[in-house]
Write a protein that binds this ligand. Sequence first.
Ligand code: ATP
Length: 306
Amino acid sequence: MEYILETKGLTKVYGNKEAAKDVDLHIREGQIYGLIGRNGAGKTTIMRMISGLSIPTSGSYSLFGKTGYAMGKMLKNVGVLIEYPGLYPRLSAYENLKIKCIGMGIRPRGYVEELLKVIGLENTDMKKPAGSYSLGMRQRLGIGLALVGDPKILILDEPINGLDPQGIAEIRQTLLKLRDEKGITIMISSHILDELAKVADCFGIINEGRMLDEFSAEELHRRCGQYVMIRTDNHDAALKTLKGLGIEEIGAEADGTLRIAGHLDDTPRMSKAIVEAGIGLQEIRLQSLSLEDYYLGVTAGGGHNG
Ligand code: ATP
């Protein structure tokens, strides 16, 4: 089994709206997979289908390498937190978890206490009602509820949405602990690539229901790595001159500024050639792309339909 979770051509149509269209995504065991997309991009739609909460219009998916009926039986290994956690606001974290355990027939002694530790709520006042928790604590309790039954895959829809930096950091620690100590595979969605980049090993970018790209964390950092930025008074001539130096990977921004991947040590040779060609060199420097810039670049042109 190469992937613990894989979709092929997954599509969901509501009326005449294609909320998800031909989505192929690939998640390996033990990974944290970040699904990134604007509001309304289709993240929830995809997660609901994978969790068995909604039926795809077309396409298929496999869990643990199984499809069809065998896959259906695997859904019990999937823990889900989609949209807001269904909490009993007057009950404490302990009581909320206990009720879910009873509902699922899970009775081992100390099970709830252990879950509270995993989600970092073990020191919370046992009588405090969940309705009075901070958003971050509620989200962690939501993750705890999704963990009842020891799922091997956890699907979390926007668990960091609306959290302050402290709350985000706590969720991040919880997720890393679940991956590293319990070996749980996690799929998490967000519209903030910067935040996902701190936890995810792999990413899928969704825009207008379509998967635009999938890549690893290393690949993301490589893509957002340094490049040479050159601004001149004659971009066409500069481009020709650089190609004459054997530099092929040259991109141009809307204002004509040139971007060169790699060749970071070649800037003296580039500036010399440009000046010798009689071109006015206005700026040459090393630049790196922020994650958000990268994301905006990839999704450029996609409308905001949320
Ligand atoms: P958000 O973070 O805002 O939830 P999302 O990326 O999760 O965004 P979805 O909730 O999957 O996006 O929605 C994708 C598109 O499908 C949206 O345009 C939405 O309006 C539409 N959509 C979602 N569910 C339904 C439904 N039950 N009926 C009709 N349209 C729907």
